[in-house]
Design a binder for this molecule. Structure first.
Ligand SMILES: [Zn+2]
Length: 94
């Protein structure tokens, strides 16, 4: 992660962002020779999930089961993120 050099104003902003639990605050900072790292306590799990999600999206496979998605969303022109089976399941829940 890139280390951002910050000043006192930025440091205060970081504390404010932590207070409102804004994800934009996550990062590594350098302040007067101190390294300040802000990260989510359970982030390794989330990051692993996000990586898997991104990878499956890139490959055009269902994010639930990994099956190849063949149908495109006519509105966006992009492949659906779910296979037919999981898409119909999700639709039913609504
Ligand atoms: Zn599926």
């Amino acid at each position: 992660m890139e280390l951002k050099k910050i000043n006192k104003t930025a440091l205060k902003k970081i504390f404010d962002d932590v207070e409102i639990e804004s994800d934009s605050v996550i990062g590594s900072y350098l302040y007067r020779g101190f390294r300040i790292q802000i990260s989510r306590y359970n982030s390794p799990v989330n990051e692993r999930y996000m990586r898997l999600y991104k990878k499956r999206r890139e490959l055009g496979i269902c994010i639930r089961c990994g099956k190849k998605v063949t149908n495109k969303n006519s509105r966006t022109g992009k492949l659906y993120r779910l296979c037919e089976f999981h898409r119909s399941m999700t639709d039913k829940k609504k």
